[in-house]
Design a protein around this ligand. Sequence first.
Ligand code: SF4
Length: 361
Amino acid sequence: MLEYHLPVMAGEDLTSLTFAQLERWAATEGLPAFRGRQLFRWLHGRVERDFARMTDLSRELRDRLAGKYRLHLPEIVEQRRAADGTRKLRFRLADGLEVEGVYMPEQRRRTLCVSTQVGCAMGCAFCATGSMGLVRHLAAGEIAGQVEAVRRLLAAEGLERPVSNVVFMGMGEPLHNLEATLAAVEILLHPLGGGMSRRHLTVSTAGLVPAMKKFVERVPAKLAVSLNAADDEVRSRLMPINRRYPLERLLAACRELNLKHTDRITFEYVLLGGINDGDDDARRLVKLLSGLSCKVNLIPYNPLPDSSFRRPRQQRLQRFQQILLDKNLSVFVRRSRGAELAAACGQLVTTAGGGAGRRQS
Ligand code: SF4
């Protein structure tokens, strides 16, 4: 069960409450539980943010709620489109801060990558978001709201099932903002809310081991672990979190989760030319993952301006993949969609609202 933050104070935003929380909220308003269920459906099933249009609530109730609570939806303030249909989206939040997301339509699925924090505290060396530091966590309604804002936008363009898959791989470390991430997942999976299938929702982590365990115990979404190196020295250089949760501990946790969970874990591996793309790295990776039910996504690095990292050579990438394939690992090379928009993995960053450079922790 999720932790509840009730009673909700007057003036607060109701969009972060899960289905069960809204039922309980209704009781605090002296209303029957089904009023909470109706509101949940309006907010997250129909993406309505105007009490006045919630026509199955009485006029008196609509007026009372409108005078007391806020209903926020992140505003899409910028869209940039690539030739392959990828869109980089900038969302403005109620306090003026902004986050980015990426929409990637393909033949059989339409994937939206969402953010969970403004900035990020993890400080991964190859990541633009990491260079911002953490500005603040997003609320559950702001995370699920990115999906809802895009659903609304694309439905207005006439698209049916505008978002089929959601990945929590945008700005921020989702498990550093665990409660809001869990609530957002619950909202998106609920049949009266986002109505998504659990197989189509993936949350990515840099490897916060204790939070990974809590995550799989509490929601059924899929987990991806951003690995990026197969030895501690390199990984600690790329991802400071590795000093707290080194590879042995991280992989032990993954094995434990794997036993409880029927899903295969996905390991993301950003290939950086000359850093982690050698034959020895590939062999170490094979050893590290032996016995785990998993798949590996290889992501060739997308160079940032002023970055000291470079993209791996195509030949290196193929050789690295082949070493993994020869040991019967499931390996996929991810095309860098949106690279021309600086929308590819590790390239999301915002400066509006004073985001850049402010570090909270
Ligand atoms: S790669 Fe992910 S966890 Fe690392 S700094 Fe970037 S957003 Fe944060």
